[in-house]
Design a protein around this ligand. Structure first.
Ligand SMILES: [Zn+2]
Length: 83
């Protein structure tokens, strides 16, 4: 177990022009989607994949050490919706 590995809410592609969102609940990843000016995945207008974004400023640090917006995959979003 690597304690130094940062918890990430999204993973940029090699060219940093796209990123995969990482589900905050199950760690599954989205397809690569275009990122906004600050490097975050830009979900507005993407649709179709069913991912939800909990928007936070890029400077916001969460208790788990990750920063910025958190994302929920379609499967987990469905679980949330039915509870
Ligand atoms: Zn999930």
């Amino acid at each position: 177990m690597t304690e130094t590995a940062p918890i990430v809410n999204w993973v940029p592609t090699r060219d940093f022009r796209r990123a995969c969102a990482v589900c905050q609940w199950c760690d599954s990843r989205s397809l690569p989607i275009p990122v906004g000016a600050d490097g975050r995945p830009f979900f507005l207008g993407v649709g179709g994949q069913g991912w939800l974004e909990s928007p936070y400023p890029i400077s916001h640090q969460h208790a788990d050490g990750s920063r910025g917006s958190k994302y929920t995959c379609p499967a987990c979003a469905q679980l949330c919706a039915t509870t």
